[in-house]
Design a protein around this ligand. Sequence first.
Ligand code: ZN
Length: 298
Amino acid sequence: MKRRILLAAVAAVLVSVGCVSAAPKLKTLIIDGRNNHDWETTTPQLRLLLEETGRFAVDVATAPPKGEPLDGFKPDFSKYDVLVMNYAEFKLPVARWPRATETAFLDFVRNGGGVVIFHAADNAFPNWPEYNEIIGVGGWGGRTEKDGPMIRWRDGKMVLVDEPGKAGQHGPKAPFQIVTTNPDHPITKGLPQKWMHTADELYSTLRGPAKNVTLLAAAYADPAKPKGTGEYEPILFTIAYGKGRVFHTVLGHSATQGMDCVGFACTLQRGTEWAATGKVTLPVPADFPTADKTSSRN
Ligand code: ZN
């Protein structure tokens, strides 16, 4: 961590004296305010992880709390390169955004904007069909087989599985191994084939339209453990929606659990850059986790 701060300081000096040409920062908006997770600590952590790369300039739009009217919630999405969803109202009845805000959000994505779906953001808006296309698959909020198939990784291929049941579950937080299923994508290029994630929730049985999905990484939900499905569940994936690029990470329950993993930080940073630009310039750090060893920033 100290090394990171030192490197960032050196980079800042080099930029300030003109030794390094600073690319324009990617304008990033984190959306929060309604979440059954502690968004008041996860949003600053998201901001820190993005801004420490020097690649992003981050603003935050906070919706009024559940129960209060959303009429005035009208962020200007068009000013940004990428939106990071840390928003997860899913307990029924779920309030939708004002129509103008939803239309602006969909126009932003369709016209080529980037979106990052972070952890419980795939719980949000079970009753908004276009949002469910943007997330690919999601859980909770009354979602079942009526909402679409599950994504699984079987025999080296992504498959869509139609079976009855509820969408969304996880066992107690524990470390688990992640498999890079697509090593050729800009986000995952250079990652180890297998890597250990720090203690976190392993989401499983997510369901949705699952259209235009590219699976990047999956994890085996061991049936010997609580809620284990015996399947490789989707962990990192992208969705094409109109001209827009969506990066979906199911990882990162809290600032200290899941978000502390060097692998989470790296894939969030690279995934956000890719969603914003379609390219990745941010490197894979030397302390990235390995097949049998976690790597925590704490
Ligand atoms: Zn969680």
